[in-house]
Design a protein around this ligand. Structure first.
Ligand code: SAM
Ligand code: ASE
Length: 346
């Protein structure tokens, strides 16, 4: 059969229009605990058994499970009497809470925070600013005061930040050979997830997570255990306080939170603290030079509009900021996953 083009039949438009139905099906299945229940069960379960296990309606559950089969998150096993369901390998790996590569907390943050912010996307585009005031009733004067409007929100944000590095972290820390750098500071290192990947890839290096005091306290308490000997912590404010001297500074998903002006201010400080011969590694979702993609970076840039003061940038824009701050020898490595790496030298 010949495939219809987008004008004869607007498949793409229909998919985009209803894309949120897919997101919400994923959110609800995770939140209700579908994948965790099926993981805990030794055998595939019927909709009635899942409904009993979750305390949900049988009819609603049957429809949810069926949609998950359509999304290839579940496999159905038809028998004479009833349909049985089990997790696909993809769901078991990424959607169950206890999996080492779990995206459960990212999905929660998308469901409970980002989805609500995106309700105000048109306003954000109209006004050119983030939407915390409308979405959550908090003033957005200090970005991280708004993002961390409660300790609970801060932990949720840290969990979001944490999960992707189990999937993409190795690629970004090995995009360049960082073994010559023995003293590494991860500025805004958050939960320490990228620091763990970095310490694992470079056994002769020490990685210090530099972040706001309450973030560091939380990271020590909940995310980094004593077995990670080469991960240290430093509490501070990278805009207000001096930076410790280091051979390499990592700024992962930092500059995309901030305007060009604040980014340059921070990079200039980093350059001044950096040891001669040292460097800085930026980890960001790079836009193509002609802005034609990748779609993920384009959408993330809209998310930065709704949630932060920054934007996603092209490699040339990061190069311009790095050069203005006094760095040279800028190199760019795309990883093919969400996040890319840019290395510059002092
Ligand atoms: N680098 C981590 C990653 O990629 O997963 C976290 C990125 S998160 C978007 C930004 C981080 O910068 C947060 O951990 C936040 O607490 C930290 N941060 C924000 N403002 C800061 C400041 N003034 N001084 C130090 N850290 C700050
Ligand atoms: C930030 C990164 C994120 C600030 C807010 C954020 C992410 C979500 N919210 O620095 C991670 C990237 N995902 C998206 C949708 O942008």
């Amino acid at each position: 059969m010949s495939s219809l083009n987008d004008v004869e039949y607007p498949r793409r438009i229909l998919d985009y229009m209803e894309g949120f139905l897919v997101s919400k099906t994923l959110f609800a299945s995770c939140e209700l605990g579908v994948f965790d229940l099926l993981l805990a069960s030794e055998r595939p379960l019927s909709a009635a058994e899942v409904a009993r296990g979750l305390g949900t309606s049988e009819d609603g559950t049957e429809r949810l499970l069926s949609a998950c089969v359509g999304l290839q998150l579940l496999t159905s096993h038809p028998s004479d009497t009833e349909v049985l369901y089990s997790n696909t390998e993809m769901a078991e790996t990424y959607l169950t809470k206890s999996s080492p590569r779990s995206l459960y907390h990212s999905i929660q943050y998308n469901s409970k925070t980002i989805y609500l912010c995106w309700h105000y996307l048109s306003d954000a585009v109209r006004e050119g600013t983030n939407q915390y005031e409308k979405a959550f009733g908090v003033s957005s004067k200090d970005l991280f005061e708004a993002l961390y409007r409660s300790d609970e929100e801060m932990v949720k944000f840290m969990q979001l930040m944490n999960s992707i590095w189990n999937i993409c972290g190795k690629d970004v820390v090995t995009a360049f050979d960082l073994s010559p750098f023995k003293t590494i500071y991860d500025l805004g290192g958050c939960s320490g997830a990228l620091a763990k990947q970095c310490a694992a890839a470079y056994p002769d290096s020490t990685v210090t997570v530099f972040d706001l005091p309450k973030v560091v306290h939380m990271a020590k308490e909940h995310f980094v255990s004593a077995e990670h000997e080469r991960i240290l912590f430093h509490e501070g404010d990278f805009f207000k306080e001096p930076l410790p001297e280091a051979e390499l500074y990592i700024l992962a998903r930092i500059l995309h939170d901030w305007t060009d002006q604040r980014s340059l201010e921070l990079l200039t400080k980093v350059q001044q603290s950096c040891k001669p011969g040292g460097g800085v590694l930026l980890v960001e979702a790079l836009l193509h030079e002609d802005n034609s993609g990748p779609l993920t970076a384009q959408l993330y840039s809209l998310n930065m509009l709704v949630q932060t003061e920054g934007r996603e940038r092209k490699a040339s824009e990061y190069t311009a900021l790095l050069t203005a701050a006094g760095f040279s020898h800028v190199q760019v490595q795309r990883t093919g996953k969400i996040y890319d790496a840019v290395l510059a030298r002092k």
